[in-house]
Design a protein around this ligand. Structure first.
Ligand code: ADE
Ligand code: ZN
Length: 346
C-alpha cells in the first residue's frame, strides 16, 4: 500500500483525505474561538483584553501542559456574552468543518465557564443549538451538542449545571467530562453521570490524555462512558488495550492537541499507528482548533505527513468516526455508503 506522504503525493493525497466523509466527535466549541473573533467579540461587548493585538494573543499560545492551556482558554471564553456570540462562534466552526469534509459534528460546550460569569444557560444553549440547525441548512452538516462538566469543580456543581440545563433537554444529546484531568478521577462524577444515563443522555469522558490508564478504566466502569476522549495513554496497559479493542470502544484522538500540550514531542512520535495496529476504534479530531494550530483536515494532513499511514488507514479512520457518532442509524448508514464510494473513487 502506498503511503500518503504529502511530499510524494501532494495534491492527490490531500484531495483524497478531504473527500472522505468524516465525523468530528471531539471539538470544544469554545476552543474554536479564533483570535480575530475573540478581539471582535471583546470590542462589541465592551471588554478590555490584556493583549495589545491579535499577534500578541497568538504569541501567548505556547503551552507546556493541559493546565497552561486551560488558563488561557477559560480567559478567552470570557468574551462570549450573547446568544449571537455563541451562534457566530459555532457557525464559523461549521464553515471550516464543511471545507474539511465533515458531515457530522458533535460539539462539546462548557456551560460552567459561562454561567459562572452570569451568562444564562439558555443564552449558551439556544445560540449553539440554532447554529447546529443552521449547519444542516447551510452546509449539510448534521450537528448536535454534548454538555461537558468541568472536572476541577465539584460533583455538586455538576448536578446544579445539569439541573439548569434540563429545560433545554431536547437541545443536547449527551454529557462529557473535561478540564484538568490529573487529580480529578472519573469516580468524582459517578452519581451525576448515572443521573444523565437515567435521563437518556449519551455519556463520554476525557481520560488518558494526561491521566493514567486507570482513569480510562473508571470512565468505562464507573461513568459507563460510550466513548473515551483522547485515551492515548491506554498503550501503557496491554490489558486495557485488549479490553478496548474487544469492546470496540471508540477513542477520539486529537493529534495536534497532543503535540501542543506536550503529550507527545511531535507528530512523528504519536502512537496513532500503534493504536490502529492494536485494532482500536480510533478517529481523528481537532479538540481546540483555534489554539492548537489547525482544524480537522490539518490533523489528518499532519498525521499522514509525519506517520507511516496508508490509504486503507485513512478509510478506517473515517469509518471509525462515522460509526462512533451518535447520529441516527439511517444517517450513519448513508455516510458509510458515501465513504465506500469515495474510497473506491466511484
Ligand atoms: N477543555 C478543552 N480542551 C480540553 C482538553 N484537551 N482536555 C481537557 N479539557 C479540555
Ligand atoms: Zn478535549
Amino acid at each position: 500500500m502506498t503511503p500518503l506522504a504529502r511530499s510524494s503525493l501532494p495534491t492527490v493525497a490531500e484531495a483524497f483525505l478531504r473527500s472522505l466523509p468524516k465525523a468530528e466527535l471531539h471539538i470544544h466549541i469554545e476552543g474554536a474561538l479564533e483570535p480575530g473573533a475573540l478581539f471582535e467579540m471583546a470590542r462589541r461587548n465592551g471588554i478590555d483584553l490584556p493583549y495589545a493585538s491579535v499577534e500578541a494573543l497568538r504569541a501567548a499560545y505556547a503551552f507546556t501542559d493541559l493546565q497552561s492551556f486551560l488558563d488561557i482558554y477559560y480567559a478567552g471564553a470570557a468574551v462570549l456574552r450573547t446568544e449571537v456570540d455563541f451562534f457566530d462562534l459555532a457557525m464559523a466552526y461549521f464553515e471550516r468543518a464543511a471545507a474539511d469534509g465533515v458531515v457530522r459534528a458533535e460539539l462539546f460546550f462548557d456551560p460552567q465557564t459561562h454561567t459562572a460569569r452570569g451568562v444564562a444557560m439558555g443564552t449558551v444553549i439556544e445560540g449553539l443549538a440554532r447554529a447546529c440547525r443552521e449547519a444542516g441548512a447551510r452546509h449539510g452538516i448534521s450537528a448536535d451538542l454534548i454538555l461537558c462538566f468541568l472536572r476541577h469543580l465539584s460533583e455538586e456543581e455538576a448536578f446544579q449545571t445539569l439541573e439548569q440545563a434540563l429545560p433545554y433537554r431536547g437541545r443536547f444529546i449527551g454529557v462529557g467530562l473535561d478540564s484538568s484531568e490529573r487529580g480529578h478521577p472519573p469516580e468524582k462524577f459517578a452519581r451525576v453521570f448515572a443521573r444523565a444515563g437515567e435521563l437518556g443522555l449519551h455519556r463520554v469522558a476525557h481520560a488518558g490524555e494526561e491521566g493514567p490508564p486507570a482513569y480510562i478504566e473508571s470512565a468505562l466502569d464507573v461513568l459507563r462512558a460510550e466513548r473515551i476522549d483522547h485515551g492515548v495513554r491506554c498503550t501503557e496497559s496491554p490489558d486495557l488495550v485488549r479490553r478496548l479493542a474487544a469492546a470496540g470502544t471508540p477513542l477520539t484522538v486529537c493529534p495536534l492537541s497532543n503535540v501542543k500540550l506536550c503529550v507527545f514531542p511531535d507528530l512523528a512520535s504519536h502512537n496513532l499507528p500503534a493504536l490502529l495496529a492494536a485494532g482500536l476504534k480510533v478517529n481523528l479530531n481537532s479538540d481546540d482548533p483555534a489554539y492548537f494550530g489547525g482544524y480537522l483536515l490539518d490533523n489528518w494532513l499532519g498525521c499522514f505527513e509525519a506517520l507511516p499511514l496508508t490509504r486503507a488507514d485513512a478509510v478506517t479512520l473515517a469509518r471509525n468516526s462515522l460509526e462512533a457518532s451518535f447520529a441516527p442509524a439511517a444517517e450513519r448508514q448513508a455516510w458509510l455508503a458515501q465513504l465506500d464510494m469515495a474510497a473506491t473513487g466511484r
